[in-house]
Design a protein around this ligand. Sequence first.
Ligand code: ATP
Length: 200
Amino acid sequence: MAKERVGIMGGTFDPIHNGHLVIAESVRDAFSLSKVIFIPAADPPHKPAMIDAVHRLRMVWLATNSNPYFQVLDIELKREGPSYSVDTIQSLVEQCEDRCEFYFIIGADELNILPEWHKIEELVTLCRFIIAKRPGVEADMSRVCEMLGEAAQRRFYFCDTPELEISSTDIRKRIRDRQSVRYILPQEVEAYVRKEGLYL
Ligand code: ATP
């Protein structure tokens, strides 16, 4: 029987924005994924978060709630210590008992630093990667190939996603500078940020 194809969107989501949502939806559609699971990192090893994980989780939930193909998992918030994707995917693989195939969706910027991910050799055996476009960044497989070899290369796919020049860093700055974030942040997320007074 064909395995269920499940997308994974990991991130700091500080805050989640329309750039994340558009790549998740367009990869889901292009690769016929049954769903995309958003997994906020509690304690991202490469990128300290600006605000508490509980706020980030709530915003992810608000942003994804209206899409029936999107789910949110708080598995990394429940675990002690740094949020390593390899531990997360390992536990998902165990839970699904060989019925699912996991596709980790990342932006082109993340591909370029993938060799620095914790136990990346092991992670590549547990899931496949789908690389989304990101404005101003060239997706370069050379470092990945050098580190993981030709065989691993077959587990990487590229997707022609719409390019939105949006980043959480820019959004945080806009909020601090009292500039509009309309059409950059999902409406529900913007309302939450305002209500809680985040990023000021
Ligand atoms: P920051 O500005 O704080 O570095 P970010 O906007 O890159 O944050 P993350 O939560 O770190 O957001 O990103 C999670 C994943 O989403 C990463 O794989 C990243 O490459 C991807 N991503 C984020 N924004 C975009 C975008 N606009 N286009 C394509 N991919 C994106």
